[in-house]
Design a protein around this ligand. Sequence first.
Ligand code: KIV
Length: 258
Amino acid sequence: MISKIKRILLKKNKSKIICLTSYSKNFASIVDKYSDIILVGDSLGSVLYNYNSTRHVTLKNMIDHSKSVRMGVSKSLMVVDMPYKSYSNKSEALKNAKKIIKYTKCDAVKLEGGQKIKNIVKHLIKNKVSVMGHLGILPQSMVGKFKSKGKTEKEKNTLIKDSKILESLGVFAIVLECVNSNTAKKITNSIKIPTIGIGSSFHCDGQILVTDDLLGLNETKIKFVKKFINIRKNIEQGIKKFKFEVINKKYPSKKYSY
Ligand code: KIV
């Protein structure tokens, strides 16, 4: 039988790869029907916990949410973000990746960086941990103002070099976050593994968004976020109806009572 990772690799140059985040079972069970990859992203730090940086997300946060997500995933490849400071050196990285895999039964982990984390990625892959890369804006290392990457010749060359390094180590796909369109195109055409863009143009082999953002559940003004629906309105309607019926003694009627 063809593995989930192989299926993702085979999509390169054929059809776009759909990747979305989930932080819990109910969301995952819906997202699973339409995506190739489900990421339990450390973006949960800002989306669910209001942290001002993903640096506050702990290994326990990631494991707890991923255990819930696992229950909703059946067909997609499940990837879990390794949180900040959980891969500071080779042995820590392997110990923590194994812990994530053991408790969440995920298929792969995602780490941020290129050349700088080369030896860590190499060690994980040597020990049979499947790894997804992440280049461009790296939220775990971000200091100061939000600025897209790969505009200058120097940044472009570094990104291409980093992509090739990750590919040579055996990473199966790379997320490109807020990378200049031409640079994203160049990277996508220079490597055999898929690129998954977020704010990095249609040139990428696939796209990822935070599900709460595209649904309008999480209120954000980031340029690359398109609100495909505003489910806050639907949620409000349901809650208003509940309140109305409780106040007017319509709910619970006999049908809903013992
Ligand atoms: O944490 C996350 O959700 C991510 C994606 C947005 C790429 O890393």
